[in-house]
Design a protein around this ligand. Structure first.
Ligand code: PEP
Ligand code: MG
Length: 589
């Protein structure tokens, strides 16, 4: 069924990127490559089928390599996503498995690839680590590109669009999204995808509205249909009536004016209405993102997730390579602090020298600090690079997934060894830098008073802390509705950590997603967390909200919140007190 020319329809999806746009739809990909035929190959034709498959893979690879080369400057920081895709084309799970299936089952390349891809995706989808989970979408994008070449289907040619439109697609890959030209594309909507997909991350970098996961958008919308994309609410309105149109034009105008104002003020400090100074920092994955942190008013790097430098490759990086990367970040950010978090990985499959262990519960497995302490050589290489880079600026070290004291003392021992070695080699470095731990495992939160004596600061990682405290696997959609940083147990744990640190003169920061949500801000300010770190694009709005909030008010509010036993009651208290302010951020007056 397609939309009646006159009928207004509202579609509900997932918020991909904030903002509102109104314009003509441009349908780029109705069917995608969803429909794949299955047929058998005669034994004597298997070799030809293998060659046809390999040729398809090579064409897809070459096409992607061309896209990477032409990637615009402002999206360079996301090129690593596409480079990962490039590697996936020849990955064992995808390429190797497809070849095996063509040979063993004598089936056509398309079907074999779909089958291999489905298996690989299901493995990643069952991992609770969100980064590894996102690899399922990466596999899907690579599969689609190869399938298009095998089936002779047309690629989505976004670069050829010559008028201002809103893209409507079954699925946009990060490669396609990176080709978006901002003077032509106002926003986009997709049937597939979700909030944490790489495509929506790129949309947020481009700062254009996007709504994803609409399921039926390509079936209901035609090119040239007038549509409204409301990325703030995650809705799309097709063929709006005059009244709706006028309403959204006004909303859009107010939102744009408000956004400009917020960004204009992002360079100013984040000082609460009653004069308390907060520090808002940026989370980055690669050195290229430092520019975005600075442009959005970030006052340092609160979390440098270093694992990305290890992911899309078959070996471990050398000390010098790591040093060069860290130095780049430190020099760009100087004199403001850079918090380098040590490797948070569990032997990702790209690192072929240490294949991922076969674990039933990877989120509870050999991750992060556990992996590093089991592989001290790999860990020490990174620690040496950090200590060397620290000689050139303001550096803090942050250890991930700490569950107790031993992991800290062992890490300190390795840091001392690394420093001794560098000293003996006469290499310039600095040992007396701040050492902090991520508080993201409940055992560490409970023991925060004892751990405080071993470190200089805490940084709360709510993404994992919520998951482990509430026993909610983030990868399991059946319990996703229960995942809430506003759960009383989470708030009490955070309060305990902040108090334990304060009593021992140690600061508590936050770098999990909770810090980037304006709804949670009153609680965090009320608990006295003065340094919050988040994705660069969230910095201006959080700074802006802080300026409107009075700390003595939120302290009182937090005391009331700490007496509540349900998420719903806590949300209600915040909405009653700050609902207008929060609404104003999305729909300014
Ligand atoms: C967290 O767990 O909150 C965190 C910041 O770490 P990551 O998202 O990298 O696991
Ligand atoms: Mg974490």
């Amino acid at each position: 069924m397609q939309a009646d020319q006159t009928e207004e329809i509202t579609l509900h999806g997932i918020r991909g990127s904030q903002g509102i746009c109104i314009g003509k739809a441009y349908l780029v990909d109705r069917e995608g490559v969803d429909v794949v035929e299955r047929y058998y190959i005669d034994k004597e034709d298997v070799k030809d089928e293998l060659n046809r498959f390999k040729a398809g893979v090579n064409k897809a690879k070459n096409e992607l390599a061309g896209i990477i080369q032409d990637i615009p400057e402002d999206l360079r920081q996301h090129a690593y996503i596409l480079e990962t895709h490039l590697l996936l084309h020849k990955d064992k799970m995808l390429y190797g498995k497809t070849i095996e299936l063509i040979k063993n089952e004598q089936i056509n390349g398309e079907w074999a690839l779909k089958k291999a891809s489905a298996e690989a995706k299901s493995i990643f989808k069952n991992i609770s680590d969100p980064y590894l989970q996102a690899r399922a979408a990466d596999i899907e994008h690579v599969t689609d590109r190869i399938l298009r070449h095998l089936m002779g289907a047309k690629d989505v040619d976004i670069s050829g669009i010559n008028k201002r439109v809103i893209l409507v697609a079954n699925n946009l890959s990060p490669a396609e999204t990176s080709q978006i030209q901002l003077d032509r594309v106002m926003g986009f909507i997709t049937d597939r995808g979700g909030e944490t997909s790489h495509t929506s991350i790129i949309a947020r970098t481009l700062e254009i509205p996007a709504v994803m996961g609409l399921e039926r958008a390509t079936a209901l919308i035609n090119s040239e249909d007038l549509i409204i994309v409301d990325g703030n609410e995650g809705i799309v309105i097709v063929n709006p009536e005059e009244e709706t149109l006028v309403h959204y034009e006004e909303l859009s105008r107010r939102y744009e004016a408000h956004k400009k104002d917020v960004v204009r003020k992002s360079g100013l400090p984040a000082t609460s209405a009653d004069g308390r100074r907060f520090h808002i920092m940026g989370n980055i994955e690669l050195p290229e993102e430092v520019v975005a942190v600075k442009d959005h008013g970030g006052e340092g790097i609160g979390l440098f997730r270093t694992e990305f430098l290890y992911l899309s490759r078959n070996d471990f990086p050398e000390e010098q390579e790591l040093f060069d990367q860290y130095l780049e970040v430190i020099e760009l950010m100087a004199p403001q602090p850079v918090t380098i978090r040590t490797l948070d990985i569990n032997g990702d499959k790209e690192i072929e020298s240490t294949p991922s262990p076969d674990e039933a519960n990877p989120a509870l497995g050999l991750r992060a600090i556990r992996f590093c302490l089991k592989n001290p050589d790999i860990f020490k290489t990174q620690l040496r690079a950090i200590l060397r880079a620290a000689a050139h600026g303001n550096v803090r070290i942050l250890l991930p997934m700490i569950s107790g004291a031993e992991e800290i003392t062992k890490s300190i021992q390795l840091l001392d060894e690394a420093s001794e070695e560098l000293k003996a080699e006469g290499v310039e470095h600095r040992r007396d830098i701040e050492l902090g731990i991520m508080i993201e495992i409940p055992s560490a939160a409970v023991m925060a008073d004892m751990l405080a004596d071993l470190v200089d600061f805490f940084s709360i990682g709510t993404n994992d802390l919520v998951q482990y405290t509430l026993a909610i696997d983030r990868g399991n959609r059946h319990v996703a509705h229960l995942y809430s940083p506003m759960h009383p147990a989470v708030i009490r744990l955070i309060r305990h950590v902040v108090d334990a640190g304060r009593h021992r003169g140690k600061k508590t920061y936050m770098c999990g997603e909770m810090a980037a949500d304006p709804m949670h801000l009153p609680i965090l300010m009320g608990l006295g967390i003065e340094e919050l770190s988040m994705a660069p694009q969230s910095i201006p709005k959080i700074k802006n909200m802080i300026r409107k909030i009075n700390t003595s008010d939120v302290e009182k509010l937090t005391a009331v919140i700490l007496q509540q036993s349900s998420v719903e009651d806590i949300q209600q208290i915040i909405t009653d007190a700050y609902g207008d302010l929060l609404h104003e951020d999305i729909y300014p007056q």
